[in-house]
Ligand binder design. Structure first.
Ligand code: PMP
Length: 407
């Protein structure tokens, strides 16, 4: 058993300590969004209490402190991702905005009718729809890596999907609906061998495992802060500097310029070229605090404890009759999706809630995955390092309760 002091960790998360319908809350909806530790809440509150000012533009003390904290957070993201320089880190609203930025600024200018964008069958809508919109605009084709019954990518024909027409491969590192961990490093290597740039959607990876853009050698890496214990409305795009340098800005406005006249505007240096307007300063500071927090626990230790949680949950659920686990990949992270025979997942979610167990019921913004399995939705429990084996037991008890009610 991994030695994390879970009770001490839980004391850092105020929201976890409450009752729902008289039951202790078991928060198992972490893939949707995670709870926030006091260290993050305080970092945001302290900024507003003590340093609040706009960044980059002021000469006064508060603005300098705000700028230092904001840029300090960028340096933390850079180290967290093992990027080469702060200039490769663009603050965005989240994974969704980062993907749209790459679609518009990097892919769109080079995409022609007949070209291809390669994604996979198990992507979140955020890594499907922006590409589909782009393909529709220019008459390009969205090509999809198929999936298997276990919820893994079917890579048997992968080499043939990487063609001279492929302008980008965009794949998730971990599936939010199934928990599958994809072999993105190997896939990136193969794509690069054919000169194809790669975007990795790390939204479901960063809370659970080390993210190392140098090791992956991806061209772009995107994630959202709110799934890794930081505030909502902040996330980051990593891009290799040479690529970001060549890309035109996506949005125009203040802060992304060096000079403006009606005849000509000169854009700012990286990464400011991509950060038009007043950014989410407190969010970035909260993200920096979340990174500090995760690193103080140890990301390897988090990964290994969550692996134990998921194995225990899977083992217990597999022993039950009348339940089908959706997503049985060999390598999984923190997600247990399932359907209970004869019960709609939304009813499952509602009855669980009445037992204090918070899970998600729905298509998890991955409708093609649901279509593959021929189901409208699943119930999904998703774990974070503050969850306990007792909460897994509460989950299993809730399944039994549902089965009793629907017997
Ligand atoms: N990709 C994956 C794999 C996700 O799970 C999510 C969020 N559920 C996103 C992208 C989009 O993240 P956001 O809504 O924070 O932009």
């Amino acid at each position: 058993m991994t030695k994390l002091n879970i009770q001490a960790i839980r004391r850092d998360f105020p929201t976890l300590h409450q009752e729902i319908y008289g039951f202790p809350l078991a928060y198992l909806d972490n893939a949707a969004t995670s709870q926030k530790p006091v260290q993050v809440i305080d970092a945001v509150a302290d900024f507003y209490r003590e340093d609040n000012a706009n960044v980059h533009r002021g000469v006064h003390q508060l603005s300098q402190r705000a700028t230092d904290s904001y840029e300090g957070a960028r340096a933390k993201v850079c180290r967290f991702l093992n990027a080469d320089s702060d200039e490769e880190i663009v603050f965005v609203r989240g994974a969704t905005e980062a993907i749209n930025l790459v679609a518009h600024s990097f892919v769109r200018p080079m995409l022609k009718a007949g070209d291809e964008v390669l994604i996979s069958h198990i992507e979140h809508h955020a890594n499907i729809v922006p590409w589909q919109m782009l393909c529709d605009q220019v008459g390009a084709k969205l090509v999809v890596i198929p999936m298997t019954e276990s919820g893994e990518l079917d890579l048997s024909g992968f080499d043939d999907l990487l063609t001279s027409k492929t302008k980008i491969m965009a794949v998730g590192q971990v599936s939010n609906a199934l928990g599958t961990v994809n072999p993105v490093k190997m896939m990136t290597e193969k794509a690069h061998a054919k000169g194809i740039p790669v975007l990795i959607d790390g939204a479901q990876a960063v809370p659970h495992m080390p993210a190392d853009v140098k090791d992956l050698d991806c061209d772009f890496y995107v994630f959202s802060g709110h799934k890794m214990f930081a505030p909502t409305g902040i996330g980051a795009l990593y891009g290799k500097q040479a690529l970001l340098d060549e890309m035109a800005p996506w949005q125009g406005g203040g802060d992304m310029i060096l000079s403006v006249s009606f005849e000509k505007t000169q854009y700012n240096a990286l990464p400011y070229k991509f950060e038009a307007g007043t950014p989410n300063i407190s969010g970035a500071i909260g993200l920096g605090a979340a990174i500090d927090y995760m690193q103080s626990i140890g990301i390897e230790a988090i990964a290994s404890y969550e692996h134990e949680l998921l194995s225990y949950a899977t083992e217990r659920v597999n022993k039950l009759d009348g339940i089908r686990v959706i997503g049985t990949a060999e390598h999984k992270a923190s997600v247990l999706s399932f359907v209970i025979e004869g019960v709609h997942p939304h009813d499952v979610g509602t009855i669980f809630d009445q037992q204090g167990v918070a899970i998600r019921a729905g298509h998890h913004c991955a409708q093609p995955v649901m279509q593959f399995f021929g189901i409208p939705a699943t119930a999904r429990a998703s774990f974070a390092f503050y969850n306990t084996m007792e909460e897994v037991d509460a989950l299993v008890d809730s399944i039994s309760k549902v089965q009793e009610l629907f017997a």
